[in-house]
Ligand binder design. Structure first.
Ligand SMILES: Nc1ncnc2c1ncn2[C@@H]1O[C@H](COP(=O)(O)OP(=O)(O)OP(=O)(O)O)[C@@H](O)[C@H]1O
Length: 269
């Protein structure tokens, strides 16, 4: 497990420090500090409404907090320098839960769009890159298909191809397996791990699919909806057996929680 105190991982990867997130007066999560190591998969876990998506939105710069900070390879995300911030945003790829492919464009055009908007590559180079990215996600030769012709799993793959169009260092996935059958979900897990290894991607995934969590996570954090902070951090396979807090063990073992467990004192990780 990578922690802030690791001497061999000073500022590589993503560092979240003392982050506090609000919606108006309502506190979502507080005191979040963790490190996402380079070329690893980090899973954000917790029950519905605990703040997983809100944390992801902060990490991809769609929301900002006045308290705490987030840095990528030592570079602060919330810098005042607009050019620096834009450059950093380009190193971040995102697959949203809805996938959000442009329905009126072919798969190939969907993947090409970020390159047309943000690079100076010519048409032939973009065509090659699109073919390469689609092959990477297992959709070789599917350029001319329309999104409506794709299965749920293929849509996710096309969404990932678009998310990696600009060769990001970081890939954020919001509920990647949502709506997929177990077999398709398993194949997607394999793809995510392959991309981590082949592209040295740092992947941050929000998911509450247990099989997926146990398969892909190198490290994880559990956001508690009652304490409004992280009450567990580490390899989810180990947390399932040895987490200090009953709610974390119950979540990871899909067990009902006895009423009294909700009242146990929780001291953070
Ligand atoms: N735009 C918003 N305005 C006000 N409150 C919000 C807004 N979006 C989310 N919230 C609240 O913030 C809290 C965290 O929501 P969030 O969507 O981050 O949780 P989550 O863990 O991702 O949930 P789920 O697993 O159901 O997607 C919830 O209590 C939610 O009601």
């Amino acid at each position: 497990m990578a922690r802030l105190s690791d001497t061999n991982a000073p500022d590589r990867g993503i560092v979240v420090r003392d982050l506090r997130m609000h919606f108006g007066e309502t506190l979502v999560q507080r005191d979040l500090s963790f490190h996402v190591a380079r070329a690893s998969i980090f899973v954000i876990m917790g029950v519905s409404g605990c703040g997983k998506s809100t944390l992801l939105r902060h990490m991809i710069d769609l929301q900002q907090s006045a308290q705490g900070d987030i840095s990528f390879d030592g570079q602060r995300l919330w810098t005042r320098d607009a050019a620096e911030r834009a450059a950093l945003q380009r190193r971040i790829g995102v697959l949203f839960q809805s996938t959000a492919l442009w329905s009126s464009m072919t798969v190939g055009d969907n993947v090409a769009l970020p390159m047309q908007l943000h690079t100076r590559l010519g048409a032939a180079e973009i065509r090659d890159q699109v073919a390469f990215k689609l092959a990477l996600v297992g959709l070789a030769g599917q350029e001319s298909r329309m999104p409506s012709e794709l299965s749920g799993g293929m849509k996710k793959r096309a969404g990932i191809a678009r998310a990696i169009a600009l060769d990001p260092d970081y890939l954020f996935l919001d509920e990647p397996s949502a709506g997929l059958d177990p077999m398709t979900s398993q194949r997607l897990d394999t793809l995510i791990m392959r991309l981590r290894d082949a592209l040295s991607l740092s992947v941050v995934a929000v998911t509450h699919e247990l099989p997926s969590i146990f398969t892909i996570a190198d490290d994880s954090i559990y956001l508690d909806d009652e304490q409004r902070t992280a009450i567990a951090h580490g390899d989810p396979r180990e947390l399932a057996e040895r987490a200090e807090h009953a709610r974390v063990r119950a979540f990871l073992n899909r067990e009902p929680l006895a009423e009294r467990d909700d009242e146990e004192p929780i001291h953070g990780n």
